[in-house]
Design a protein around this ligand. Structure first.
Ligand SMILES: Nc1ncnc2c1ncn2[C@@H]1O[C@H](COP(=O)(O)OP(=O)(O)OP(=O)(O)O)[C@@H](O)[C@H]1O
Length: 246
């Protein structure tokens, strides 16, 4: 598999605080890749750079050999942010229609794409409710539906299953696997170890550094531990690298 997304020598500062320190990542096409790290380790900052929303203070990012930010590449990305950017006064269907037109999905395809995306996240029967009536988990599912609407080649999901119940969480992961089988490259941020276990490869982040990279099995083998949580600690995850305090 060729490297689809590359991040080379990425550094980033907000004001004077350095939050990413020489990050190098190579994500092959078609992978389900996880960024695992505690709160504040730099996951969101990294994904904002991948989607072209933020330019690193130093370093270069390429997607399919095009340097980011590239408008051409940005059109092929589906992004689900940590906070939902939705229109509360509109219905779910109206929100989806709005984003379908923003993504320039041909008019004759829009209805079908909306039906499909709503069904994937189990919101079909709520399509005509305004989002004011939605729970936090339903809004997360709406955001995921929007990210899937234009059949993106790359799906970048920032903590996609926070606030979602275990049954739906499992079905969302199954759906991500299906998307991956269809060729989608997927990047997921998480601080939950059992979600990280589901990824093909992981980058473990701590305080703006990538402290280790590899498949969950590699990371456990290299650290001679039985769990990712222990592997994280082994590689320098320190005291706040666990799944239970977030
Ligand atoms: N807009 C900003 N201005 C200043 N500092 C910021 C800004 N965004 C993030 N930071 C800081 O950068 C660091 C990395 O934040 P980031 O949101 O990338 O981490 P994260 O791993 O995604 O955390 P979480 O899991 O809590 O979302 C943190 O110290 C955070 O306080």
């Amino acid at each position: 598999m060729s490297s689809f997304i590359t991040m080379e020598s990425i550094q980033h500062s907000y004001n004077k605080e350095v939050v990413l320190k020489n990050v190098n990542l190579a994500i092959p096409e078609g992978q389900l890749f996880g960024l695992l790290g505690p709160s504040g380790s730099g996951k969101t900052t990294l994904v904002k750079m991948m989607i072209g929303l933020l330019t690193p203070s130093n370093g270069i990012i390429h997607i399919e050999n095009e340097q980011m930010p590239s408008f051409h590449q940005m059109q092929k990305i589906g992004y689900m942010a940590q906070s939902d950017a939705l229109y509360n006064e509109l219905t779910a269907r109206e929100n989806l229609l709005f984003f379908a037109s923003l993504y320039k999905i041909p008019k004759k395809l829009r209805k079908q794409r909306i039906t499909e995306a709503a069904s994937l996240v189990n919101l079909t029967e709520h399509l005509d409710k305004t989002l004011e009536k939605f729970s936090g988990g339903m809004k997360r599912r709406m955001s995921l539906a929007i990210a899937l609407l234009h059949h993106p080649k790359v799906l970048i999901l920032d903590e996609p299953t926070v606030g979602i119940d275990p049954v739906l969480r499992a079905s969302i992961w199954e759906e991500l696997r299906n998307k991956q089988k269809q060729g989608t490259t997927i990047i997921v941020t998480t601080h939950v170890m059992d979600e990280a276990e589901k990824c093909d490869n992981l980058a473990l982040l701590r305080d703006g550094y990538v402290i280790a990279q590899g498949s969950p099995d590699d990371l456990k083998a290299k650290s001679e531990t039985q769990s990712l949580e222990h592997a994280f600690l082994h590689f320098g995850g320190g005291s706040h690298a666990n799944s239970s305090n977030h």
